[in-house]
Write a new protein. Structure first.
Length: 238
């Protein structure tokens, strides 16, 4: 994937961009206002997540989800059009979570290294269910041109968030003086995309090993951006 395909057209705005809406966003079901209806919707989502994790997306049917949740198929269809929409709802929730992290503002804080670690921990959680849901999404995206194009928009959003954060740090004299901000953002975005695509099955790594590798990735990004003493890790040489 080229840098041009990920970089936004024209210079990025100094402010934050909204997380890109899913292609099917207008069709996504609204969260019910009644508590009982919300509880039933959430139960369907939890059940679908478990079945997608256990059986895979393709092998799971809406009938399976409804039966496991203890409701009729008609009830399921009153909340979701199909299982694709259920998976899109998970992705919409993930996007909202990532946007709420507000990386540019968080990196203005006293410990941007921990901010990067925290952000990656939220974006790359450890666990077989998370892994299988991720694989279900990737499998669907590979054969759905609309979702493939959406994946590029997400990368552009990540690039933009990083660039806004790095420009703010650069203005405060915290980055390397000769830092090529645009190419550094592109490199980090591509690295994150590669890690996202090539996650190892959780049973191949202990949680401790997984977290150490994830923290090492955050530290690599931290040292690539911040200069000298600003990038020193406590207890380690700068």
């Amino acid at each position: 994937m080229s840098r041009r395909s990920v970089e936004p057209q024209g210079p990025p705005d100094e402010g934050r961009a909204d997380f890109p809406p899913l292609p099917a966003d207008p069709a996504l079901p609204r969260i019910p206002k009644q508590e009982r209806s919300r509880a039933k919707r959430d139960a369907l989502l939890r059940t679908a997540a478990r079945l997608f994790a256990e059986r895979g997306f393709d092998a799971t049917t809406t009938t399976d989800i409804a039966a496991a949740a203890g409701v009729s198929v008609g009830t399921l269809y009153s909340y979701f059009q199909d299982k694709r929409q259920i998976l899109l709802t998970f992705m919409a929730d993930t996007g909202a979570m990532l946007a709420a992290l507000n990386l540019p503002a968080a990196m203005d804080g006293p410990d941007p290294r921990q901010t990067l670690r925290h952000t990656l921990a939220r974006a790359l959680p450890y666990g077989i269910d998370s892994y299988r849901l991720h694989r279900a999404w990737m499998s669907l995206r590979e054969r759905d041109p609309e979702l493939a194009a959406y994946g590029i928009e997400v990368l552009r959003w990540i690039y933009h968030e990083l660039l806004v954060a790095i420009r703010r740090a650069h203005a405060e004299g915290k980055t390397w003086p000769d830092l090529d901000m645009e190419r550094t953002c592109w490199s980090l975005t591509m690295l994150l995309d590669h890690v996202w695509h090539s996650q190892l099955r959780p049973e191949l790594l202990t949680e401790e090993e997984f977290c150490r590798q994830r923290d090492a990735l955050a530290d690599l990004a931290y040292r690539a951006i911040f200069s000298g003493a600003a990038a020193a890790v406590p207890g380690e040489p700068a």
